[in-house]
Design a protein around this ligand. Structure first.
Ligand code: HEC
Ligand code: HEC
Length: 305
């Protein structure tokens, strides 16, 4: 166990040289160290109706269709490798998203979408590549599916029936605290949105617009909301276009003629890199919504017919 924990963090340390990432790494390490002290949290007792492991009832485990043994093992894998960033219940932590509310996790079947994220990581986004065996990946996937199922059936994340909120409160949030109206208008760009999508797709559209697009393949490539980047070399020459990929060492883009350019990043500010992600606001908001905000906003958006 201990070596596993140390193993990941050593691994993560080597891959990421940037100061901010070191801080995040340190935070993850501290969190993991804390978890270490709470080892018996995944207990193999879950009798019917009783909130057992992780507060998930046996009924939820069987309702989810997952193998209870895989769920138990997956909980341990999650606590060891994932909880330091995603939180012990998978509900998110500083800088790492809520996986129980993740559209990618909700849309997953048997790890088709989740496994590649674990195997490859998203090193440029702070999600490290993790050295899990295929069996461990299958177990952690089973754990996530039980958790999302249990959350949905407890009403904290109403997956089957998403329209349970209060549309009036949703409207107030849209124009007030949610600041949605600074970019959108109910009678402008979002007019008719309630007709355009079914309620679940609609909720997915605004909760994680990028997640949804990523899976739409070709549509994503031509999507108007793709991040753009401007790279300015020491000589003053600059290149701008659609961001292709960015990590600590390289940045690449396609310019307006479709030509590909790639640059080595010698230091944090040479060349100068300015990324503009039109959906950054959504990504930031995702960490702030409460479950009630989500339900109320969806209930409101559904009325925009
Ligand atoms: C060092 C911190 C860290 C660790 C450890 C970590 N993650 Fe992540 N994970 C992240 C971050 C940050 C993201 C968001 C990446 C992005 O913005 O695309 C992420 C994204 C994800 C996603 C994609 C979610 C989505 O909706 O797109 C999944 C699935 C995921 N992680 C699962 C796991 C699992 C399972 C483990 C353990 C085996 C794990 N992560 C360990 C930081 C971490
Ligand atoms: C800083 C600007 C900004 C803010 C704030 C913002 N959005 Fe967005 N939103 C966008 C952009 C950009 C897109 C992508 C538009 C596109 O697909 O061309 C988008 C997409 C959407 C979509 C999908 C539209 C479609 O036709 O598929 C919905 C729904 C949405 N936002 C709702 C919201 C809600 C609800 C809030 C407040 C909680 C919000 N947005 C806050 C910029 C913003």
């Amino acid at each position: 166990m201990g070596t596993n924990k140390l193993g990941i963090h050593t691994f993560y340390f080597k891959r990421n040289m940037r100061y901010s990432k070191l801080i995040r790494c340190a935070a993850a390490f501290v969190a993991a160290a804390c978890l270490w002290g709470q080892e018996p949290r995944v207990t193999p007792k879950a009798s019917a109706g009783d909130a057992g492991a992780d507060g998930v009832s046996a009924a939820a485990i069987s309702g989810s269709g997952q193998d209870p043994a895989a769920f138990q093992r997956g909980g341990k894998v999650f606590a060891t490798y994932c909880a330091g960033c995603h939180g012990i219940a998978g509900k998110g932590g500083p800088g790492a998203p809520d996986l129980i509310r993740s559209v990618l996790v909700l849309d997953d079947e048997k790890g088709i979408l989740i496994a590649p994220v674990i195997r490859e990581g998203r090193p440029d986004k702070g999600m490290p590549k993790l050295p899990l065996s295929e069996a461990q990946i299958a177990d952690v996937v089973a754990w996530l599916h039980v958790r999302t199922y249990a959350a949905g059936h407890r009403g904290t994340y109403t997956y089957g029936n998403v329209v349970t909120g209060d549309a009036q409160k949703g409207e107030a949030y849209f124009n007030g605290a949610g600041k949605c109206s600074t970019c959108h208008s109910a009678t402008g760009d979002l007019a008719g949105i309630g007709k355009k999508y079914d309620p679940f797709s609609l909720q997915a559209r605004w909760l994680q617009p990028r997640g949804g697009n990523a899976r739409r393949g070709a549509a994503a490539a031509s999507h108007s909301a793709s991040p753009t980047v401007k790279v300015t070399l020491a000589s003053g020459e600059s290149f701008a276009g659609t961001l292709d990929r960015i990590d600590d060492f390289t940045v690449s883009l396609h310019d307006s003629t479709g030509q590909f350019h790639s640059f080595n990043r010698e230091s944090a500010d040479s060349p100068k890199v300015e990324v503009n992600d039109p959906l950054q606001a959504h990504t930031d908001l995702l960490r702030r919504y409460t479950d009630a905000d989500i339900h109320n906003l969806t209930a409101y958006l559904v009325t925009l017919k």
